[in-house]
Design a protein around this ligand. Structure first.
Ligand SMILES: *Cc1c(COP(=O)(O)O)cnc(C)c1O
Length: 467
């Protein structure tokens, strides 16, 4: 008889392990089917190891040893899939890393709403059904000067709802220079098609003139749409029709104007020494009938799409059955209300909203943080690395101000043995994972996007050189 046949006979049965007293504590922590399935997988794996002729010490097949392995496997399988990471990528609003961080007030509001019943749609004064978005609407009106406002799941949803509510079955005139694609397959022509409105492109990629819009308007025109080209710039021989001019054309011909503003700032970034992003209030004041923008880009709130505009248009959107499908949940509304409340009421907005704090942190403060954390980083990494504080630049991210960069500082990590890719992998395997970037063959940790400099010192669980 082959020795492996013997070993296979030694393999315990699922039933025997499950009834072993040492397995009882596991069944207090995890469901029986989960434990049984994981155990079955484990025994299968051991069987494969034996069959492939690998040496396995006989004690590994004892129930106690199998249960120890089972416990490890259960712990591994019960770790959450979405984990905290450190954003040292140099992109402040990184879509793949969750965009804006919530303010303390917003995070607290989410926790409260998650744990308790709330007056989401209940009017406490009258004791009757109330308005779901009443709180955020009044804040948005105050912040944008618009007559009315609404919130949906994201800005893509806001554009879809706007097009469908304002121009279903009719033509929407858009400049060829503004037929944008945003990452994650948001394309104006495709959203338009799904909205039931029909795209009527005018002008050329680099130049569109007022007469292009005026000449395209006919009885079947439902809307003039302006799209903020947030993730690219048309430079050189170019011309676009300003919102003011578009509003004038629309007014004259009785056609409403909607603007997809993308990021849409509520405060003037120019005051932070940053390049200006258009203010929602400005666009409303210029006469846009509806403006849509994201809540988790420059605004620094939860994922949501905001719509500000004329009351009749917002009413129409709120009555649209699509609104029911696209509406925000209570957690989002709680975070949104807290964030907008900070904009109206906080004495120190830049301190409260993490995104604005990241934009505005002075360079010398960032540099000092970097210098302080260098020794800790050295100690955690051990020998074989060269660390250097370097000049860096940050992008705002999420398509906002794509050609502009904010000065920053970074820590360049060079290994004598590993490539930049391998160093990046090592940092991704830290606990929590640290996401940096590679520039000119060097791995760089950006100190502005990371926030707390200490978060850049990796906690390395296993120090093996990554393969
Ligand atoms: C980001 C962006 C969108 C999509 O917004 P989401 O909130 O990500 O859905 C749409 N239009 C423009 C101009 C944008 O910049």
């Amino acid at each position: 008889m082959k020795p492996e046949t013997n070993l296979l006979r030694e393999l315990p049965s699922v039933d025997r392990v499950m009834t072993h007293p040492a397995a009882a504590p596991l069944l207090e922590r995890f469901s029986r089917p989960f434990v049984t399935e994981t155990l079955r997988d484990l025994i299968d794996e051991v069987r494969q190891v034996i069959k492939s002729g690998h040496d396995l010490p006989p004690h590994r097949l004892q129930d106690e040893s199998i249960i120890t392995d089972l416990e490890k496997k259960l712990a591994q399988a019960s770790r959450p899939g979405m984990v905290r990471v450190v954003n040292a990528s140099g992109t402040i609003l990184h879509t793949n890393l969750g965009r804006a961080l919530l303010s303390e007030a917003a995070a607290e509001a989410v926790g409260l709403v998650a744990r308790h019943p709330v007056n989401l749609e209940f009017d406490l004064g009258r004791g009757k059904r109330g308005q779901r978005e009443a709180g955020i609407e009044s804040l948005l009106r105050e912040l944008t000067g618009a007559e009315a406002a609404a919130a949906v799941n994201n800005n893509a949803a806001a554009v879809l709802l706007g097009l469908n509510s304002m121009a279903e079955g009719r033509h929407v005139i858009v400049s060829r220079g503004e037929l944008i694609e945003i990452g994650g397959s948001f394309r104006i022509p495709e959203v338009m098609a799904k909205s039931g409105a029909m795209l009527r492109e005018v002008g050329a990629t680099n130049r569109t003139h007022p007469r292009d819009y005026a000449e395209a308007i006919d009885d079947n025109t439902g809307l003039l749409l302006k799209v903020h080209t947030s993730n690219y710039r048309v430079v050189g021989f170019s011309a676009e029709v300003e919102l003011k001019e578009l509003v004038a054309i629309g007014r004259e011909r009785g056609v409403p104007v909607m603007e997809d503003l993308g990021s849409g700032a509520l405060v003037d970034l120019g005051n932070l020494g940053l390049p200006r992003e258009p203010l929602v209030a400005e666009r409303v004041a210029m006469g846009a009938d509806v403006v849509t923008f994201s809540a988790d880009k420059i605004l620094g709130g939860p994922q949501a799409g905001l719509v500000a505009g004329g009351k009749s248009w917002i009413d129409r959107m709120n009555r649209n059955p699509l609104k029911r499908a696209l509406r925000c949940d209570k957690l989002t509304l709680a975070a949104l209300e807290a964030t907008l409340r900070s904009y109206v009421q906080s004495p120190d907005l830049l301190r409260e909203i993490p995104t604005l704090r990241a934009f505005s942190r002075p360079l010398d403060e960032i540099e000092e943080g970097g210098r302080k954390v260098l020794p800790l980083l050295r100690q955690r990494l051990g020998p074989g690395y060269e660390l250097e504080l370097v000049d860096s630049t940050c992008q705002i991210g999420s398509g906002a101000l794509p050609t502009e960069e904010i000065p920053s500082k970074g820590i360049a990590v060079n290994s004598r043995e590993m490539s930049a890719d391998e160093v990046a992998r090592l940092f991704r395997r830290a606990d929590p994972p640290i996401i940096g970037r590679i520039k000119s063959d060097r791995f760089i940790l950006d100190l502005r996007s990371a926030g707390d400099p200490e978060s850049l010192a990796p906690n390395l669980r296993d120090r093996q050189r990554p393969l």
